[in-house]
Design a binder for this molecule. Structure first.
Ligand code: NAD
Length: 389
């Protein structure tokens, strides 16, 4: 007979892109991972009643709410998952913490560093469990890269190069979605996609020391959004509004361990759809990863026989790779959505068994420090020490 398992109830705000990815993770996690508690998809929240009702039915939520305040206050919610844009993260988080809930928040943690620090302080004071959804850490190939680095197999790290390139804004008629408004998103390509690259760099090789950047807003005005809020919304034929965030931000970095870094995030990289990559060079070898081939890692070891040395393509699908064995037989690849299942698994374990967990709000704040140091360096036209912000 199957034993009675503990239950943990989630209430989730937002039901579009990330709302769907997270809903999928809650559905799959218990089927593929031995969680201490079953996740119950208790309530989903959105402002449009028809939209949220349909999402609740389609994704499999038990109930829905149209006001997050009501959902957060419900006694039958154990943790709150926030998939609304950045401007809502702080208010919902603080209310959830005040109601004694754990919080799983999307990235970037907040509109700005000050808000992020307030969220971290409140979470620590209340002693609740908190997580930020830096999902890419949780792919088997990225975990393998970390293992190789931690085992010293790349030696001393000299170079870290990251690109996160998209092209959805090259068309000047792409409408003014919330991602293009500073008061809602906090920043543009920088906070949206450099945030992921910064987190991966911290995860893989350690803390940033100083940064210097530059940015550009190539198209300064765009058609006002008339339809849906997502990336596929329609724009007005007559009315335009100002773009108040960066279209692209690049920066150089020095890391505390002496490594040199180069980072480029752009939504104007024609032909690049979601080109998230890193390449790392150390005294003993190198690693390269590309989200568009997310199961693979290119690895080069200098100790290899010279006549056979070269980058080898390693598939991170063996059961020995973290998370991979929970899915399919080796070679049967996984995809983008699986990283969300992995982070949900780890966070559920953390909430129910107190197992070690990162990334938390602390990592969200550390990422936000780098984001703001880069912005400050652009303002000043000079290098900025990250510890200064
Ligand atoms: N981890 C990742 O890889 C990743 C990818 C995309 C987006 N994100 C982050 O996820 C968050 C959401 O992005 P998205 O792409 O899902 O956006 P989206 O526009 O697709 O969806 C946003 C959702 O939030 C809802 N919403 C907005 N304000 C609200 C409010 N006050 N109350 C209730 N609901 C509200 C909208 O109705 C919508 O359902 C952002 O913080 C974004 O940076 C993370």
């Amino acid at each position: 007979m199957v034993g009675v398992k503990k239950k943990i109830n989630v209430g989730m705000v937002g039901y579009k892109f990330m709302g769907k990815a997270h809903s999928h993770a809650y559905k799959d996690v218990g089927m593929f991972f031995d969680t201490e508690a079953d996740v119950v998809m208790k309530a989903i929240c959105g402002r449009d009643e028809q939209g949220v009702k349909e999402a609740a039915e389609k994704f499999g939520w038990e109930s829905y709410e149209t006001d997050w305040r009501k959902m957060v206050a419900r006694d039958d919610i154990d943790f709150v998952d926030i998939n609304a844009p950045s401007d809502a993260h702080k208010e919902i988080t603080l209310a959830a913490i005040a109601a004694g809930k754990h919080v799983f928040c999307e990235k970037p943690l907040a509109l700005n560093l000050a808000d992020g620090r307030e969220m971290l302080a409140a979470a620590e004071k209340a002693g609740i469990k908190h997580a930020i959804c830096f999902n890419y850490r949780f792919l088997p190939a990225v975990q393998l890269a970390k293992q190789i680095i931690d085992e010293g197999r790349l030696g001393e790290i000299h170079h870290y190069r990251a690109t996160y390139l998209q092209d959805w804004l090259v068309d000047p008629n792409t409408p003014l979605a919330w991602r293009l408004k500073k008061e809602v998103a906090g920043s543009g390509a920088h906070g949206d996609i450099n945030a992921h690259s910064i987190d991966l760099a911290r995860f893989l090789i350690g803390e940033f020391d100083r940064v210097v950047g530059h940015n550009r807003t190539f198209v300064k005005e765009r058609p006002i959004l008339t339809g849906s809020e997502g990336l596929s919304g329609k724009g007005s034929a007559t009315e335009k509004g100002e773009v108040t965030v960066d279209d692209a931000t690049g920066f150089l970095a020095d890391f505390k361990n002496g490594a040199m870094g180069v980072f480029v995030a752009s939504r104007f990289a024609a032909g690049r759809k979601n080109h998230n990559t890193f390449e790392i060079h150390g005294s003993k070898g190198s690693i390269r990863w590309d989200l568009e081939k997310l199961n693979e890692l290119e690895v080069y070891f200098r100790e290899d026989e010279p006549n056979l040395a070269g980058f080898r393509r390693v598939m991170a699908t063996e059961p020995s790779h973290k998370y991979a064995g929970n899915w399919w037989p080796t070679g049967h690849i996984i995809g983008y959505e699986h990283a969300f299942v992995h982070i949900v698994y780890e966070f559920v374990q953390h909430m129910t068994t107190n197992s070690p967990f990162t990334p938390t709000f602390y990592d969200g704040v550390k990422c936000q420090e780098v984001l703001e140091a880069v912005d400050l360096s652009i303002e000043r036209g000079a290098w900025v020490n990250v510890d200064e912000v």
